[in-house]
Design a protein around this ligand. Structure first.
Ligand code: BMA
Length: 326
């Protein structure tokens, strides 16, 4: 039997953070944004769901990014519905991008409004105080991150608006991080029986490589009993990121371990962040498991690109094959 490639190796002591680690009473912790701090330590900005069902964000810090987490004793980014009514039902799923031009971290998160989930932005230097920008993409929209540098003079935001025809990944541009336009479709959900049919979304922010922006995205397969959240790969042009260069056919990471298969929401792996090791190649991927805990898996940028070469197609080639089949 031919084995499938293993691109991410799970840390043997997963999950690395659960509700039991929390210094205050919560329901669950999952879907954390991640970044390296200037002192080399790892910061996770965790989605923490309280026992009303509403989420806020709290930081957990670790010297080695694996254990001995120092966790905020109170929410570091609570929802603030008095000032931002769109946060009435909490804030979720942060993606962190360090932006050298601003010398700040851009945190893009889902704000859960009465009108559905929208995309909000805050800037921070230290994950203790934040400058909030409020909603930058109206509902129904989520799975968003700012790119770390301007593209042709404009800031770029990757996001996932819902449309009646499906949930696809878009990119939008802004001169000032507040006004967004030039919306472009970046990656479409496939259709039919595919693992990533109908609903996809960017997972962590894209990784800049010499060959292009490498994106880990999730595909949601609806089944008669529930949904399965799996991960795939795509590569985009460095200066024209809406242009997909290669997209993998099969998924490359999926719920398999018990803590990914069972929890508040079964069969979910949902990474919102990663850090890159000192070798410039190792990816430490932090992912929410079954909406109940945070787990860690290790991969290699070089191996992901080689896998894409062997298992991917240019979107145009894919269209041609689909046309031939139909
Ligand atoms: C998605 C997001 C994630 C969640 C996942 C599985 O739509 O809301 O926060 O982890 O569903 O429930």
């Amino acid at each position: 039997m031919i084995q499938h490639d293993i691109l991410f190796n799970r840390y043997s002591l997963n999950p690395i953070l659960t509700e039991k680690d929390w210094p205050y009473c919560i329901n669950s912790v999952f879907n954390a944004g991640a970044t390296l701090m200037p002192d080399g330590s790892t910061l996770l900005l965790c989605r923490v769901e309280d026992r009303r069902g509403l989420s806020h964000l709290s930081a957990a810090r670790s010297v080695n990014g694996v254990n001995n987490w120092l966790i905020d004793t109170e929410p570091s980014l609570p929802a603030c519905p008095e000032q931002y009514p769109e946060e009435i039902w909490g804030i979720e799923d942060p993606r962190i991008t360090f932006v050298p031009e601003l010398n700040q971290y851009a945190v893009v998160y889902t704000s859960y409004s009465r009108g559905g989930p929208g995309v909000s932005l805050a800037l921070t230097k230290d994950f203790r105080t934040y400058e909030r920008f409020g909603v930058i993409m109206t509902p129904d929209d989520k799975d968003a991150a700012i790119m770390p540098r301007r593209i042709n003079g404009f800031w770029a935001l990757i996001h996932r608006p819902m449309t009646p025809l499906g949930a696809h990944i878009w990119i939008s541009y802004s001169p000032d991080l507040r006004h967004w336009g030039s919306h472009k479709l970046m990656l479409e959900a496939r259709r039919g029986a595919w693992w990533d049919a109908n609903k996809i979304g960017m997972s962590p922010p894209p990784i800049e490589t010499p060959r292009g922006w490498l994106m880990i995205y999730h595909g949601v397969r609806r089944t008669p009993s529930s949904s399965i959240y799996r991960l795939g790969l795509a590569l985009f042009d460095l200066e024209q990121p809406e242009k997909c260069l290669v997209r993998g056919d099969s998924w490359m990471f999926a719920p398999e371990a018990p803590y990914e298969r069972q929890g508040d929401v079964q069969d979910v792996v949902f990474p919102c962040g990663y850090t890159i090791g000192p070798d410039g190649d190792t990816i430490n991927l932090y992912y929410g498991a079954a909406d109940s805990s945070i787990a860690l898996a290790h991969g290699s940028i070089r191996c992901l690109l080689a896998w894409l070469d062997a298992n991917g197609h240019s979107e145009h080639a894919h269209d041609r094959r689909q046309q031939r089949k139909s």
